[in-house]
Ligand binder design. Structure first.
Ligand SMILES: *Cc1c(COP(=O)(O)O)cnc(C)c1O
Length: 504
């Protein structure tokens, strides 16, 4: 085999410490089954504090709303609920997420309701005094009708915008959109109608700000959107409305791969494989959407950027520091000058380094295909470990059954490195944990564990299902306590007691 194309994960403490204790992790999977999700609620709180530090640095007020949809866990919500109420809230995108957040201790005034909403969701949001992030003018009509019919208090609403135009479009040079068009939010051409509706329903709703959430990593686009929100708030004030918050959504991102060079080598090799100048790196030559057109790679890869130089709080800092395209001053300065609050809704980035997913190796065999690759079958399936469209998967960490000495990677690295395909427990050809050939420091053995690191955001339970009655992963919450790890089932975790259930 040529040089292994590793994509080794970024692992920070305390997660790194946990991985140095394979016997403990083995005992957990022995007791609770494979797959098993492990969460570190404390790390989520630390991430929230890191975002808060960026606010302080820029002298900004406003809330960090954790986007619940990134993980189903109750432990994470309960841990975040004990944070300073003015600083940390929760963004819920369904009726059940709202009920869950309330049950975990968030009062209604700390809840932001996003996404498409059914009447029950709208009613409960209004009933408990949550903020409704309006998806459309129609949603506003529906909300106002519910408020009147049931005699509810005035509901705070944000106007979610979408379809921001590029500078070129604003200058009349066309209508090029910078981002993927979103199905959520109100496009600029309809904002006047939305504001009129807000005024018409002023007995039922109060506009407290404007919002966007852009599914992109592009900073320019977000700076532009933020500025357009500030400009729209000026317009609102000119009309006699008094909104004072800009909610810039989520999408601050996570760096999954530790080493920029490894990411660079792998993506370069993927292009070479698409062009046919090297053998495929993937199951049956999967190309992640790239094509070879006459010797040139075309298309864009359906891949999350595995290595990111700045992500999470650092990305927010950069966004706030960049000059706004029209007004010329940094976004943070614009917000500060207007005394606007800044709200954010981080999901993935708030859960950076907050968890891992463990799976037992059930079988190791050679495939006939691709010149003798190995298949490693795991006690999990693709639904248990999903990054979008098999987007990126960093290498799992091998935790040998026999303890760390057998897996001493450095000793066996040169001779033992092996490329494997990770397959799942479903009776389904497509059930691969990743389409990537994954390089491991040595061939796993039946009974070993593979630890997928940094799975708390979207990967561990977003797509989990009950197909074939295979078990859905249990989730445990873990905390470092005086030199030892204390754990409990997710549903048993309350931050006011130690995970073991003893009062603090
Ligand atoms: C999904 C979503 C988020 C969270 O996005 P991340 O990329 O996980 O930070 C925030 N706000 C809205 C409206 C969303 O739909």
């Amino acid at each position: 085999m040529d040089t292994p194309l590793y994509l080794r994960p970024r692992v920070d403490p305390p997660l790194a410490g946990l991985l140095r204790d394979p016997p403990f992790l083995h005992s957990l999977v022995d007791a609770l089954g494979s797959p098993l999700n492990v969460l570190l609620p404390e790390t989520a709180a630390e991430n929230a504090a890191r975002f808060r530090a960026v606010y302080r640095h820029h002298h900004l007020a406003g809330r960090v709303y954790f986007a619940h949809k990134a993980n189903r866990s109750g432990a994470l919500l309960r841990r975040l609920a004990v944070e300073e109420p003015a600083a940390v809230g929760v963004d819920v995108a369904s009726l059940e997420e709202l009920r869950h957040a309330l049950g975990c201790g968030f009062t209604g005034d700390r809840v932001m309701c996003t996404g498409p909403k059914d009447p029950e969701f709208l009613w409960l949001a209004a009933r408990v005094g949550a903020t409704v992030n309006l998806d459309s003018p129609g949603e506003l009509e529906q909300l106002a009708a519910l408020v009147r019919k049931y005699g509810l208090g005035r509901v705070q609403v944000l106007a979610r915008l979408s379809g921001f135009e590029s500078a070129a479009a604003q200058e009349g040079a066309g209508t090029r959109m910078l981002s993927r068009r979103s199905r959520f939010g109100t496009p600029p051409r309809d904002t006047a109608a939305l504001l009129s509706a807000v005024e018409r329903h002023s007995d039922a709703v109060e506009l407290t700000g404007v919002a966007y959430h852009l599914d992109t990593t592009g900073l320019d686009e977000k700076v532009r959107a933020l500025e357009q929100c500030v400009l729209l708030l000026d317009e609102c004030r000119a009309r006699g409305l008094a909104p004072r918050a800009v909610d810039i959504g989520g999408g601050f991102g996570v760096g999954y791969v530790a080493d920029a060079g490894e990411w660079e080598r792998w993506t370069t090799a993927l292009s070479e494989a698409v062009l046919g100048s090297r053998p495929p790196l993937t199951w049956r030559g999967h190309t992640y959407g790239l094509r070879n057109e006459g010797g040139t790679v075309r298309g864009s890869a359906a891949l999350y950027p595995g290595h990111r130089p700045t992500a999470g709080p650092g990305y927010l800092d950069e966004l706030l520091s960049l000059p706004a395209p029209v007004l010329g001053r940094p976004s943070a300065t614009l917000l500060l000058e207007h005394l606007h609050d800044l709200h954010i809704e981080p999901g993935r980035s708030l859960l950076d380094q907050c968890g891992l997913t463990l799976a037992r190796v059930l079988e190791v065999r050679r495939t006939g295909e691709d010149g003798g690759d190995h298949l490693v079958r795991l006690g999990m399936n693709a639904g248990d470990m999903t990054l979008e469209e098999h987007g990126v998967l960093v290498d799992p960490v091998l935790l040998p059954r026999g303890g760390p000495e057998e897996g001493a990677a450095d000793a066996v690295d040169a001779v033992g490195a092996v490329g494997v395909f990770l397959v799942g427990n479903l009776c389904l050809e497509a059930d691969l944990i990743t389409r990537r050939r994954v390089h491991l420091p040595r061939l796993p053995r039946v009974g070993d564990l593979l630890a997928f690191v940094n799975t708390a955001g979207y990967a561990m339970d977003f797509h989990a299902h009950h197909a074939q009655r295979q078990p859905v992963a249990r989730t445990v919450a873990m905390e470092r306590e005086g030199g030892a790890w204390r754990w409990c089932l997710d549903e048993q975790y309350w931050p006011i007691t130690h995970p073991g259930g003893m009062p603090a």
